[in-house]
Design a protein around this ligand. Structure first.
Ligand code: FDA
Length: 579
């Protein structure tokens, strides 16, 4: 029906995954069209925790500062409180998102970027602006209604929602970034693993000045459980400190599935805990709890990214983070294949690398929900209690005597478990890829020395993310991460690595592919003033790393080799799948 438009990549969806894909594809000079059925970016806050890896991705796009301007900074995210209500009794507290004194240096050492709290309704316009500045073609009010593919390409039928006209886009590749109800996944029959619809919840966006209850203990999350009500542990997210919130309520059997304004106002009032505080409900949204991941992320010429590929609860705050990181992984691969610099099989590595991450994320999110159980049980508030029963249980928790002391000790243990949700630095940063887009260096990954979910273990092993180290360049500090990325491959070598630098230039000339080379070491161009890189790099002064455009290590050599040009040429061909 209607006109036919041709493009190299059609991106379906303009949420975190689609917008990131649109921005990077435009940055890399790929001809692409991005469509979204809605008239605007997300109108409500939704996901908000923006982890260090994601901020690094946005830094590569040059918009870290803009994100920082619209986001709540890390130092306001840290305090996590469980209480009967904002005005009520505090029951437990922990420091989260790396803001505890025991974790702060670990987070700071791992990345040049701080975490931030950037609700989707303010983050998406920043990524959209970046995409448009790069001349991305983004079409709102445009719904994908059908999609077919064959060996030659993909045909998508799109409908303009303003006037109902339909047209066809013929694309060489499609990214289905169309969220948890993905049309792309459904029409093309992508199989899903796991369980869908395991629960249902609703979010309430609230305007309420709670400064007096929150300013001395600012955090991304505040959990309330008013005794004797149907609300058990509702997490409230700070959207604007301390005046806008997004509360999540579970649609539980005991809580009549009543999301009328009056019913919601009642539980919001209970959560605030002070009847004199005025509030306004800005929006109520429904939300399905799922535990699914796509069996395959690629089917022919079509890829799934973001919630289209993985759907899970918001625990660990990995929804939009993983979505943005999916697209960062895929965009450079599509660019190189379309340019003819890489073989088709490079695109298979997207599934091989990102599916395990998706699997980990959905399982972690579900496990994290279960790990709240001991805390909830120790505190003792439960559905079906009267207010008197609830308060008696809390009184005992903080009373002198053996019973209270035993419960308080248990409570401290139960809180520790929540680190797997709110301080899971290893889950946030520790992705290690195994695929054809990573070349084996003949060594195993180093063993984890601490809990791999809680702690990030930097390594330069092929497949790992390049570790961050501060280097001095002139009088400025720069991060190792800033020497790489920007859509190109980079060779990082040491003070005895001139042969690698020359080899990079030679292979670059030969292939037409940009390969930068940087020397890092004591008194080198990038000065390892503190010796931190030398300690962490796992190769010698005459060795090198080959780093991919997404900052993952493609390959490394501990030392020099007989023919560095031949070696580098071979490694690159194997990573890119070229003859
Ligand atoms: P996302 O769903 O953001 O975007 C999908 C895009 O596809 C939209 O632009 C849409 O218009 C478009 N689209 C869909 N079908 C289309 C079609 N047929 N044709 C054209 N376009 C189409 N996560 C979290 O970690 N913490 C949280 O607290 C929450 N809270 C939350 C609340 C609510 C109400 C929702 C809906 C979601 C959350 N999430 C969340 C999940 C989080 O929002 C989610 O992980 C990310 O938005 C995923 O980003 P995507 O870009 O993959 O999809």
């Amino acid at each position: 029906a209607g006109d036919v438009v041709r493009t190299d990549v059609l991106v379906v969806g303009a949420g975190p995954a689609g917008l990131t894909a649109a921005a990077f594809l435009a940055e890399y000079g790929v001809d692409a069209i991005t469509v979204t059925k809605y008239p605007s970016t997300a109108p409500t806050p939704r996901a908000h925790i923006t982890n260090q890896r994601t901020v690094e991705v946005l830094r590569d796009l040059g918009i870290e500062d803009r994100v920082r301007e619209i986001a709540m900074p890390a130092d306001l995210m840290g305090t996590n409180v469980w209480a009967t209500s904002f005005a009520g009794v505090e029951l437990a507290r922990m420091m989260t998102w790396g803001e505890g004194l025991d974790r702060r240096s670990e987070y700071a050492a791992a990345s040049p970027c701080d975490m931030c709290n950037a609700p989707q309704n303010v983050l998406e316009p920043v990524i959209l602006a970046a995409a448009r500045e790069r001349k991305a073609d983004i079409r709102f009010n445009t719904e994908l209604i059908d999609i077919k593919q064959d060996d030659e390409g993909v045909r998508a039928t799109l409908r303009r929602r303003d006037d109902g006209t339909e047209y066809t886009v013929e694309a060489r590749y499609v990214i289905g970034a169309d969220g948890g109800n993905s049309t792309v996944a459904r029409v093309l029959d992508f199989a899903m693993e796991g369980e869908a619809g395991i629960g249902s919840a609703f979010t309430v966006w609230i305007e309420a000045d709670l400064t007096r209850f929150a300013k001395h203990r600012p955090g991304a999350l505040f959990w309330v459980s008013p005794p004797g009500t149907n609300v058990l542990w509702s997490p409230w997210t700070t959207i604007v400190p301390h005046t806008e919130w997004m509360a999540l309520f579970l649609m539980h059997d005991l809580l009549p599935a009543d999301t009328s304004d009056e019913a919601v106002a009642e539980i919001v009032r209970a959560g605030i805990g002070d009847p004199d505080v005025e509030f306004k409900i800005k929006h109520i949204g429904q939300w399905q709890v799922n535990h699914v991941v796509a069996e395959r992320y690629r089917k022919g010429r079509v890829f799934l990214a973001g919630d289209a590929a993985h759907r899970h609860p918001p625990s660990n705050g990995l929804g939009s983070n993983t979505s943005i990181q999916d697209s960062y992984n895929l965009a450079w691969k599509l660019a190189l294949v379309l340019r003819g610099d890489a073989g088709e099989e490079l695109l298979d590595s997207y599934h091989d690398e990102r599916k395990p991450v998706g699997r980990q994320v959905i399982d972690r999110a579900i496990k994290s929900l279960a790990q709240l159980q001991p805390l909830s049980e120790t505190i003792g508030l439960a559905y079906g209690q009267t207010p008197e029963q609830g308060w008696a249980i809390i009184d005992e928790l903080f009373a002198p005597g053996e019973a209270g002391a035993a419960r308080r000790a248990k409570l401290l243990d139960a809180v520790q478990l929540v680190n797997y949700q709110l301080n899971a630095h290893g889950v946030e940063l520790g992705q290690r890829y195994t695929s054809t887009a990573v070349a084996d260096d003949g060594t195993p990954f180093p063993e984890y020395t601490r809990d791999p979910e809680l702690h990030y273990h930097p390594t330069t092993h092929p497949g790992a993310h390049l570790p961050h180290v501060r280097l001095q360049h002139g009088t400025e500090y720069v991060s190792t991460l800033d020497l790489v990325g920007h859509g190109r491959f980079t060779v990082l070598t040491g003070v005895d690595g001139a042969a690698w630098t020359e080899a990079a230039a030679a292979v670059s000339r030969e292939t037409g592919l940009t390969i930068e080379a940087r020397t890092i070491g004591m008194r080198a161009e990038y000065d390892d003033v503190l010796g931190e890189w030398t300690r962490i790099r796992e190769f010698d002064d005459d060795g090198c790393l080959l780093v991919r455009p997404d900052r993952h290590v493609a390959w490394r050599s501990r030392n020099s080799v007989d023919d560095p040009v031949e070696t580098l040429r071979g490694v690159l061909a194997s990573v890119l799948g070229t003859p």
